[in-house]
Design a protein around this ligand. Structure first.
Ligand code: ADP
Ligand code: MG
Length: 297
């Protein structure tokens, strides 16, 4: 797993452009003007498109949702419905054709350290760096903090994810779940407002996937970060999410939004869980009266 503020840290090398450097005074002013009960993140009528050589591909059509602090907000829908596109738009990599994204009331126009993508690639922590050095790396690369403070911040983040005693360990000495915690600690050390995860467990076998979901939830219980999580698995959405936005097939539109905080890994197979999964399945895949089949231009 690797974490990246913007695309820039993906290869674990290089410097961040000026826009990724912190701007404390602007951030403080924004926080002061944004009431605590207002949504942290707002997606407002997002139409996302890609221009290919032959045509314009519409990925989503006027999708709106609100994410509150400490939500585990899941975007759920079939492959190709625009989930990744929505996440990329929130990260600031895609400019909406229509609509706006606001973080604490401010329009999102570019990538920034307040929204960090936790990538899914396992074993992407550089193996030659200790856990501590891995967590310090983005803080140093982005010149957010001098070395001594970066070390303090990283140790604090590792303590929050329960890995303080593994600071001097190397990635190969950790389980998959612990590596996920390191990747999340690395993101949290940057003090983002929201963590973004795009199908992080899709490539895993069923048992490992279940364990990673449980790890993620127990970490959330400890830390209460705000998560925007993409999946095409109904079960995963119910287990991981506190709220779920259902998107219809391509181009993605909002089908429904529902609560799922009552479910966790232990609810799998319970009648209530199965009933909710069935309901979601119907909402996602049944034809609906009055649906437009195509979207013009
Ligand atoms: P999901 O993550 O839900 O599977 P995506 O957001 O990846 O969906 O894609 C939504 C739609 O946009 C799909 O039809 C896909 O083919 C198209 N798309 C995604 N990325 C590009 C791109 N870079 N260029 C053209 N079309 C794209
Ligand atoms: Mg995707």
């Amino acid at each position: 797993m690797a974490i990246v503020p913007g695309a820039v840290l993906r290869g674990h090398e290089g410097e961040l452009p000026p826009l990724l450097r912190p701007q404390p005074s602007a951030a403080a002013a924004r926080a002061a003007s944004h009431p605590a009960h207002a949504p942290l993140l707002q997606a407002d009528g997002l139409t996302l498109e890609y221009a290919t050589a032959e045509r314009l591909v519409r990925a989503t059509h006027r999708v709106s949702f609100d994410v509150h602090r400490a939500d585990r907000f899941v975007l759920l829908g079939p492959s190709g419905c625009g989930k990744s596109s929505l996440l990329k738009a929130v990260a600031g990599f895609i400019e909406p054709r229509e609509g706006e994204i606001r973080l604490e009331g401010q329009a999102v126009r570019e990538p920034g350290p307040d929204r960090i993508v936790v990538f899914q690639e396992f074993d992407q922590l550089p193996p030659w760096k200790t856990v501590l050095a891995n967590v310090m790396f983005p803080l140093l690369a982005s010149r957010r903090l001098p070395r001594g403070e970066a070390r303090e911040r990283a140790l604090d983040a590792l303590a929050r994810v329960g890995l303080a005693s593994f600071a001097q360990a190397y990635p190969h000495q950790l389980s998959g779940g612990m590596k996920q915690r390191v990747a999340i600690a690395r993101a949290l050390a940057m003090q983002p407002k929201v963590l973004l995860m795009d199908e992080p467990f899709a490539a895993l076998d069923a048992l490992t996937r279940r364990r990673m979901q449980e790890e993620l939830l127990s970490l959330w219980d400890d830390v209460r970060f705000t998560l925007l999580f993409v999946t095409h698995s109904i079960e995963e959405a119910l287990v991981v999410g506190s709220r779920i936005l259902l998107l219809s097939a391509h181009p993605g539109r909002v089908r429904a939004e529902l609560n799922s905080h009552q479910f966790h890994a232990g609810s799998l197979g319970s009648p209530a869980f199965q009933a909710q999964a069935q309901r979601i399945h119907s909402l996602l895949f049944e034809e609906h009266e009055g649906d437009e089949k195509e979207v013009a231009g």
